[in-house]
Design a protein around this ligand. Structure first.
Ligand code: ADP
Ligand code: GLC
Length: 471
């Protein structure tokens, strides 16, 4: 079977979060199962571009309403360095930037990207069996393939939409409707949700199958999906939850090239201690105390706004018996608070504001606990990486966190779970972490369990193939 993944991110080409990790891994595992999976994404100006070589495979152009005529070029990475065919779409003036998102003209950028993909596909002699799109940036593609006059010849190709994050829907005002290629006017309603063009809703309506990245998140979407609750209830027949996995080629403490000291289950105690020492030396922390980390986007969904109070209260009420280290970027007021606290809590707390792939790996390796108090967490990869590296997750009981972590108080359990994203509940979980840390035998047993959990991609990659086959 041949699958074309269309995405705004793909590690290591460009990554802002878990979407990049998934699209950088899933196709590789689908290929290993004997299928042909490819990826097409925007050609941003990231390091990957300069470090690899490419062939031009197609050039084309189209009118995009008031944005004028758009020329695009498709290039293909030459050596299969990622383990799958990688195609990049270059559009001068729109996609040729360092960043992925956050520009004032993101609507133009991602609509132009999507039209380029369908335009290019319509010219392929040999077409894929499935076009698999990811999140709202690519969710108009099923509509374009079925209902836009120029591309309707693609309507025999099956489409799958994976929702990694239903909070972001890509809303487009009707004043920009002219960007979308001319469509069958009887079908215009498919674009709309609550008086605006809603690409994610449109993708849910038009894709042949819709997946989300955990079963619990699929349930949650029916009562908490930023306005799309009724749609998910109505379309539940075609929606499926498939859990993400870990890319072992990137996330294995025994081979991880970002680590100065590698380790595996057999020498986890010494290995983690050596990595913790590097972190503690670098950040002025005390190696004898449990180290609790947070890595991620500093946004409301991740409950990052609660971190300052949780850290302050925990250090104060538990007499500084633990250390905290934070890595993240996001809302500027949260960034400022977390950066400012390094001066008042020196020796107990430190932070690195920004994005740092190497440091993230070092932190998963050197920490004792990873805190993920997320208000919304469709799947969450951090907790899976942490566990692979012997770091105990402290998570809120939601979405993919609910499906991947069992509280150590339950039979067979190995993590710490709490129900509410409140300072009180989180601080109490920090207390439970200290209690666990005080019991080295239990801590060792939990560590051994989490390092051996099977969160590999093999199973989920196969589940996606089964889903395509149903189509
Ligand atoms: P999300 O996609 O919602 O951000 P996930 O848990 O699925 O959450 O994935 C987050 C990914 O991004 C992980 O690979 C994590 O290590 C990485 N990450 C997040 N913030 C940073 C950061 N500031 N520096 C380095 N890596 C980060
Ligand atoms: C999203 C979600 C996260 C998930 C990731 C990959 O960004 O917030 O929970 O793990 O996508 O699917």
């Amino acid at each position: 079977m041949e699958i074309l993944h269309v995405s705004a991110e793909c590690y290591p080409v460009a990554k802002a979060g878990g979407l990049g990790d998934v699209v950088g891994a899933l196709p590789k595992y689908q290929n290993q199962l004997g299928h042909i999976a490819k990826v097409v994404m925007p050609m941003y100006r990231t390091k990957f571009l300069g470090a690899n070589s490419f062939d031009v495979v197609h050039k084309g152009g189209f009118h995009m309403g008031s944005a004028g005529f758009i020329n695009y070029t498709i290039i293909k990475e030459k050596t299969n360095v990622l383990g799958f065919d990688l195609y990049l779409v270059d559009i001068y003036g729109l996609l040729d930037r360092e960043g992925i998102y956050g520009y004032g003209d993101d609507v133009e950028r991602f609509v132009a990207f999507q039209i380029s993909v369908v335009d290019w596909l319509s010219k392929w002699q040999h077409q894929p069996d499935v076009v698999h799109v990811h999140d709202y940036h690519t969710a108009l593609i099923p509509f374009m393939m079925k209902h836009c006059y120029d591309y309707q010849q693609l309507d025999h190709i099956k489409t799958v939409l994976t929702i990694h994050n239903g909070q972001y829907q890509g809303w487009i005002g009707w004043d920009k409707a002219n960007f979308i290629p001319a469509w069958d006017s009887w079908k215009g309603g498919l674009l709309e949700w609550e008086n605006t063009i809603n690409p994610l809703a449109c993708g849910v309506k038009c894709a042949d199958k819709v997946t989300t990245v955990s079963n619990s998140y699929l349930d949650e979407l029916k009562y908490m999906s930023n306005g799309l609750e009724a749609l998910f209830e109505y379309e539940k027949g075609k929606c499926v939850g498939i859990l993400n996995g870990i890319d072992d080629a990137v996330w294995d403490p025994a081979t991880d090239t970002y680590l100065d000291i590698n380790f595996s289950l057999e020498d986890a105690d010494e290995g983690k201690f050596a990595n913790k020492k590097i972190l503690c030396d670098q950040f002025g922390l005390d190696i004898t105390k449990p180290l609790i980390i947070f890595i991620g986007r500093l946004v409301h969904e991740k409950a990052a706004d609660l971190l300052p109070a949780v850290i302050g209260d925990s250090i104060y009420h538990m007499e500084g018996r633990m250390n905290f280290l934070i890595l993240g970027s996001g809302e500027s007021w949260v960034e400022e608070q977390l950066a400012g606290m390094t001066h008042t809590l020196t020796g107990y707390y430190n932070s690195r504001i920004g994005y740092n792939e190497k440091l993230s790996h070092q932190m998963y390796a050197g920490a004792d606990f990873l805190l993920m108090p997320s208000r919304v967490e469709p799947c969450g990869l951090n907790q899976m990486y942490a566990m692979r590296y012997g770091t105990v997750p402290i998570v809120r009981n939601t979405g993919g966190l609910r499906d991947t972590v069992i509280d150590y108080g339950e039979p067979g359990g190995y993590g710490i779970k709490f129900n509410n994203a409140t300072v009180g509940d989180i601080t109490y979980s920090v207390y439970r972490a200290l209690e666990l840390y005080k019991d080295p035998k239990k801590m060792d047993a939990v560590r051994a369990t989490i390092m051996q959990l099977d969160n590999s991609w093999e199973k989920s990659a196969g589940t996606y193939i089964e889903l395509y086959k149903q189509l």
